[in-house]
Design a protein around this ligand. Structure first.
Ligand SMILES: *Cc1c(COP(=O)(O)O)cnc(C)c1O
Length: 450
């Protein structure tokens, strides 16, 4: 029984489930596009909340310039570059056997400072917000002050009385751990079994307490939440429910808007923007998509990508069961090389809040992810981890269903031909060379076999 019904009832009602259970690559676009205002009204958050988060990150720029000199080049703002991918676009066209109109671009969150993944947005933002509140309450900081004062023995002494805990498959733990420890917090990261050894080693080298579990991500989160709830001095970063994480991610959109403008890329109804976002629990892609909708309205089309072994968001949204079910309930094992995406149960609030703002979802096999890591390295000289290339096939998935897609969204063929397709590359720059070589070797094997 699954959510009170036998499996056969679910598969009869939702034939797509058979595809997911067979671990086949699948694409599902929602049948209709909801009006933007309706979609936005599903959220308890607004543009003012994103502006507040953005202003907070501006205040912290002075701190980053001092505490993390590598952020000086961008004036203390943690941001990643964009660039076009013409060589890869040509390769994809031949790999997927389709002419792919429009222009393929990449957003390199793989190269965000400090933790080298999209988690440097949400995870670091939540730690900063917590630190700011404590410092304001202690009289150590004023809102109009130079925030570099937080990189001082007094601030570290204050924060050392407080704890931060998080459950993670790796990258969120890395972001919370490195940021929290640098400020002076005692940080505990509860790591799922699939977390990479190098991430645990790196955290421990920075004085972070790493707890290891033999089970998957959901259990690590439950354990972390439980231990933290018994401790009033402990702030638990709740990856499944946190609106602070969500808002930290959302700030990306206004920055992307400026980057596209500077690059001369237009975004409007006649020049649509497709964005392909790798999805784990959903907070990262959900928050970014929320920001994108605020920044670009109906001109942006957000599509989520998941591994065939961990399609929790597609499963939850398609069936309307959201976090009431896990992929394991349907016999799907949640075992994937795509670290940040190995999540069996979607966020409790992201799917419900964002489903009317997301155009669709697709799954990618681990073999294809490895092949794409190799192709990205070969043709664009960019080293990404498997999760981070999940957005790459998106342009071809839309194109394969082009006619239906244009009908459902009311987009003209001319506008579609002018579209920008942005792959949100979510991690990879901190992967140790030996691990990267292993991903590349696996990719080469897959490509030889195909
Ligand atoms: C966490 C993560 C994601 C997805 O973010 P969620 O908030 O879990 O959906 C994507 N890519 C990488 C590399 C990640 O670490």
């Amino acid at each position: 029984m699954i959510a009170g019904q036998p499996l056969a009832t679910w598969t009869r009602r939702y034939p797509l489930l058979e595809e997911l259970m067979a671990l086949r690559e699948t694409t599902w676009f929602t049948p209709t596009r909801a009006p933007l205002a309706d979609g936005l009204s599903d959220l308890a958050l607004s543009a003012a909340d994103v502006a507040d988060a953005s202003a907070r990150l501006e205040r912290f720029a002075a701190y980053f310039r001092v505490a993390f000199p590598e952020t000086l080049a961008n004036n203390g703002i943690l941001e990643s570059p964009i660039q076009p991918l013409p060589a890869l676009q040509a390769v994809l066209a031949s790999r997927y056997g389709q002419a792919l109109p429009g222009a393929l671009w990449i957003k390199q969150d793989s190269h965000l400072p400090i933790s080298g993944s999209i988690k440097a947005r949400g995870g670091i933002y939540e730690v900063l917000k917590h630190a700011e509140r404590l410092a304001l309450e202690a009289g150590l900081l004023r809102l109009d002050q130079d925030y570099s004062v937080l990189d001082s023995p007094e601030a570290r002494a204050l924060f050392s009385h407080y704890r931060i805990a998080v459950g993670s498959t790796g990258n969120l733990g890395l972001s919370i751990g490195l940021m929290g420890a640098r400020l002076g917090f005692q940080v505990t990261v509860h790591m799922s079994a699939d977390a990479r050894q190098w991430k645990k080693d790196k955290l421990r080298a920075h004085g972070v307490n790493v707890m290891e579990y033999a089970s998957d991500y959901s259990i690590a989160v439950v354990q972390g939440r439980q231990q933290a709830s018994a401790d009033p001095a402990c702030h638990f970063v709740d990856d499944e429910n946190s609106t602070d994480l969500f808002l930290g991610y959302a700030v990306a959109a206004e920055r992307l808007s400026r980057q596209l403008q500077q690059a001369g890329v237009r975004v409007d109804a006649q020049h649509p923007l497709f964005v392909y976002l790798p999805c784990g629990v959903g907070g990262g892609p959900g928050g970014v998509a929320f920001g994108l909708k605020l920044a670009f309205g109906d001109a942006v089309h957000c599509i989520f990508a998941e591994p065939t072994h961990s399609p929790c968001m597609l499963l939850g949204v398609h069936t309307g069961l959201h976090d009431e079910v896990s992929v394991q309930d349907f016999g799907i094992d949640n075992l994937t090389a795509a670290d940040g995406l190995a999540v069996g149960r979607a966020s409790g609030f992201v799917g419900r809040a964002m489903q009317r703002l997301i155009e669709g979802y697709y799954t990618v096999s681990d073999d294809e992810l490895h092949a794409l890591v190799w192709l990205m390295a070969k043709h664009q000289q960019l080293h990404l981890e498997p999760s981070a290339v999940a957005g790459v096939p998106g342009i071809a998935r839309v194109h394969a269903q082009r006619d239906q897609y244009l009908r459902r969204s009311g987009m003209s063929a001319e506008a579609y031909a002018r579209a920008t397709h942005l792959v949100w590359a979510t991690g990879g720059s901190m992967v140790p060379d030996t691990e990267m070589q292993a991903y590349l070797a696996q990719g080469a094997r897959v490509l030889q076999g195909s």
